[in-house]
Design a protein. Structure first.
Length: 127
């Protein structure tokens, strides 16, 4: 029992350390994309109006791996989004990059299951 409690305490501490050192990205507390951020939602349920919490909210450069379908940029600068989308029922991965400006204020979406790997903010709002 002691070993199990110790293992749980170590895992909890490790998770807290990871969460504390994460880049400037987080899950939002509600379904809207806060002003000045790039947001990604997990399903089409948030298109065109958000009804679920975004899986990614970032106001700065970000890298990692997060699955999502609907995205929006509410920042004053454009962002480059690097991704892998999976076609043919998920059997064919295709890498790509899309530039998203605030001018495209409405939510946009990927047509196929997609993993976002990197968000890079540009110096201005042009693509």
């Amino acid at each position: 029992m002691r070993k199990r409690s110790l293992a749980l305490a170590v895992l909890s501490a490790a998770f807290a350390g990871i969460a504390a050192t994460a880049p400037s990205a987080s899950a939002a507390g509600n379904s809207a994309c806060p002003d000045g951020n790039f947001c990604l939602w997990p399903t089409f349920a948030s298109y065109p109006t958000p009804v679920e919490t975004p899986v990614l909210v970032t106001s700065g450069d970000w890298s990692g791996h997060v699955d999502g379908l609907v995205f929006q940029n509410t920042g004053s600068r454009a962002v480059d989004v690097e991704y892998t989308t999976y076609m043919n029922d998920g059997t064919v991965p295709v890498d790509g990059t899309v530039c998203v400006t605030r001018d495209k204020f409405s939510r946009q979406f990927f047509y196929n299951p997609t993993t976002v790997h990197k968000v890079t903010w540009r110096a201005d709002n042009t693509c």
